[in-house]
Design a protein around this ligand. Structure first.
Ligand SMILES: N[C@@H](CCC(=O)N[C@@H](CS)C(=O)NCC(=O)O)C(=O)O
Length: 215
């Protein structure tokens, strides 16, 4: 069975949980507590699985695969239904661009390691950290909202079915809510997020529904 090295609050792991659920795949979630002070991802056991010491990592019959978008690509190739990209090549490229705005531009700036570095090297207090965190989501979401406004509204970001865009958007919106970013300015994004969160695959993947969730 597939094993997902996971953490309930990790938005990158959340993407993979959604993907696994959309494909209808059974998997074992192995929680790795990456919370500051717990730092299970830095231990030798997990480092042997993922030398990058980050979640998610998916253990498969072929070995361990890291990087949420690579994992989603592999799932799409290995388990073709339903596809995470629209069939039309142009729409597929745009869905990928949407996902990359989140996964490559927003998320890395707000990860635990850079935030820890801001605290340690630049004496950033929690107010400054919150400001930093919200800033990079806001900048990325402004671009995505502007791109969406050029297209007719749809139930999911690229049509009637979830794609990689929704898979990345919903976890990023969860981060935004956690850090008290007002999503009111992002009407289209907020509507997409709300719609996708009602889908069973997204409900099952939600942070609060994970076995390691701290409530
Ligand atoms: N680009 C990676 C990002 C993975 C990642 O950074 N995961 C975070 C949790 S969301 C993590 O493990 N952070 C640990 C750290 O920053 O030390 C992916 O998409 O899988």
């Amino acid at each position: 069975m597939l094993k997902l090295y996971d953490y309930w609050r990790s938005s990158a792991a959340y993407r993979v949980r959604i993907g696994l659920n959309l494909k209808g795949l059974a998997y074992e979630s192995i929680p790795i507590n990456i919370a500051p002070g717990k730092d299970e991802h830095l231990g030798d056991g997990f480092r042997a699985k993922n030398p990058q010491m980050r979640v998610p990592a998916l253990e498969t019959e072929h070995g361990v695969l890291t990087q949420s978008l690579a994992i989603l690509d592999w799932l799409d190739a290995a388990y073709p239904e339903p596809q995470f990209l629209p069939a039309d090549p142009w729409a597929a490229a745009r869905a990928r661009a949407f996902a990359l705005t989140i996964a490559s531009d927003i998320h890395p700036l707000n990860n635990l390691a850079p935030l820890a570095y801001l605290r340690e090297k630049f004496s950033a207090d929690e107010a400054a950290i919150g400001d930093w965190y919200r800033r990079w989501i806001r900048v990325g979401f402004e671009a995505l909202e502007a791109q969406l406004s050029q297209r007719p509204a749809s139930a999911f970001a690229f049509g009637d079915a979830p794609t990689i865009a929704d898979i990345c958007l919903v976890p990023q919106c969860a981060n935004a809510r956690r850090f008290k970013l007002d999503l009111g300015a992002f009407r289209r994004l907020a509507a997409l997020d709300e719609h996708a969160r009602a889908h069973p695959a997204f409900i099952k993947a939600a942070p609060e529904n994970q076995k390691d969730a701290v409530k």
